[in-house]
Design a binder for this molecule. Structure first.
Ligand code: PLP
Length: 453
């Protein structure tokens, strides 16, 4: 049992707060960590212990935890105009400016933006837009949504149905009409003797078969993360998006890129679709959109989607959807600053400059016989633990929980995911901080593997 004193922050947290996505036995044994403040990539707990957060919070704090410019942008906007909506033909000047900026940095020459408070709500909004368009176009049965195994698109009822993880079964999800295709993970899903290019062809053929089986006129859209994030950092196999997009185009089904993690620099470009050289019909953005300094999501529609939505709106002269805080002026001011920080003030350049060093350092660690695969790109990586070859550790050993807990003891936050450990640090990481991450991770891995070997 953990030994937190009765009136401590930790005991009070456990008494009154519910934890999502938390391994409760770990809390029972080790207690919680209550965080008070941050400095650069570090966070500090109520006992003054310092941790290097190699997960940027939840992928989003790309500028670290004490960026003065972002805090000042928020403060200035709070002083000027602290909150407003985007209903009834009114919206703040900051909202207007952000939409213009987002389309300016998008892969398209024109388009439109709709705001939400989170990535989940942005995916829900996109699905509602597709359903709305289908009905207006006289194809009301065009409602099915295609995603991939291990995809993470959020937790609201619709986005959780898109998220293809076994844990959603406890909610009786997915809802009907959400179809999950094979996870594009060559190392795990590739067949004996199958090349990466052949694997890609097989996935494209599966997509074609599923569309034919279900009927192309029943499918509203295909959603994909350029690199699956919470599925375990899985970059696509060679030629994947080109092969998938060719099938989708043949059946006239839109491709929506869920860039909630990849957007704004994580893969070394503004968008993941830029890294993998495809142009989607719409983009879902959140997380790094505000560098984590304000909760916000955005649906960005390319030219064709913009026109389709407009035609669907015309007969009823309204799109009956929106959140109270959609396009919040402080969120928009923070996002405008965050885009400047990433694109103009050097953060994207830091990812480009540091990605090779990050890969090389992790490749050194991955030489350990109990690491089966190192995978990733830019500043998003995962190391997968194995008993040997591709054989996982027995699940009761909770190997990735042990690694993450041992890292925490040594002052490094990293995330257990399946049997993998995820590293996705802030873009501002210095070489010295990166070395500290390697050293602590390597020490924790050696300790855990020698304990359970
Ligand atoms: C985090 C995430 C979401 C959900 O965003 P929330 O803000 O947590 O609702 C959706 N898609 C992807 C790819 C994500 O990583």
């Amino acid at each position: 049992m953990n030994t937190h004193a009765h009136n401590s922050w930790e005991a009070r947290a456990e008494e009154y707060s519910l934890y999502g996505f938390t391994d409760l036995p770990s809390i029972r044994d080790r207690g919680t960590v209550v965080v008070t403040h941050g400095e650069g990539p570090y966070i500090f707990d109520t006992n003054g212990k310092k941790y290097l957060d190699s997960n940027s919070g939840l992928w989003n704090m790309v500028a670290g935890f004490d960026h003065k410019g972002l805090a000042e942008a928020a403060k200035a906007q709070y002083d000027r105009f602290p909150g407003y909506h985007a209903f009834f033909g009114r919206m703040s000047d900051q909202t207007v400016a952000l939409s213009e900026r987002l389309i300016d940095v998008s892969p398209w020459d024109r388009g439109k933006v709709f705001y939400t408070n989170s990535g989940s709500e942005a995916n829900d909004t996109m699905v509602k837009m597709l359903w709305f368009m289908g009905r207006a176009e006289g194809t009301p049965h065009k409602r099915k949504i295609l995603t991939r195994g291990n995809a993470y698109h959020g937790v609201t009822a619709v986005s959780a149905s898109m998220t293809a993880k076994p844990y959603n079964e406890v909610f009786g999800l997915p809802l009907d009409g959400f179809i999950h295709l094979t996870c594009p993970h060559y190392w795990r899903e590739g067949a004996e003797g199958e090349s990466e290019a052949e694997f890609t062809q097989r996935l494209a053929a599966e997509l074609d078969d599923v569309i034919t089986r279900e009927g192309a006129d029943t499918i509203a859209g295909f959603f994909a993360e350029p690199v699956l994030g919470a599925g375990g950092v899985i970059p696509p196999p060679e030629g994947y998006f080109q092969a998938m997009q060719a099938v989708l185009r043949k059946h006239d089904i839109p491709l929506i890129s869920d860039e909630v993690i990849c957007g704004f620099g994580r893969t070394g470009n503004v968008w993941g679709c830029e890294t993998y050289d495809f142009i989607p019909d719409a983009i879902i953005s959140s997380k790094a959109l505000t560098a984590g300094y304000f909760p916000m999501g955005a649906v960005m529609l390319g030219p064709e989607m913009t026109d389709r939505l407009q035609s669907a709106i015309d007969p009823i002269e309204e799109f009956p959807h929106g959140f109270t805080a959609s396009g919040h002026p402080v969120g928009c001011a923070v996002a405008l600053k965050a885009i400047d920080v990433v694109l103009e003030e050097g953060l994207l350049d830091m990812v480009r400059a540091g990605a090779g060093r990050m890969e090389a350092g992790l490749a050194e660690i991955a030489k350990h016989p109990n690491i089966g695969e190192l995978r990733g790109i830019g500043y998003m990586w995962a190391l997968e633990a194995v008993r040997e070859g591709k054989v996982p550790f027995e699940s009761e050993l909770s190997v990735s929980e042990r690694i993450a807990n041992t890292c925490t003891d040594h002052g490094l936050i990293c995330r257990p995911l399946g049997q993998s450990v995820v590293l996705c640090p802030p873009f501002t990481l210095t070489d010295g901080q990166m070395d500290e991450m390697f050293e602590k991770l390597d020490g924790a891995l050696r300790q855990v593997f020698s304990d359970i070997a």
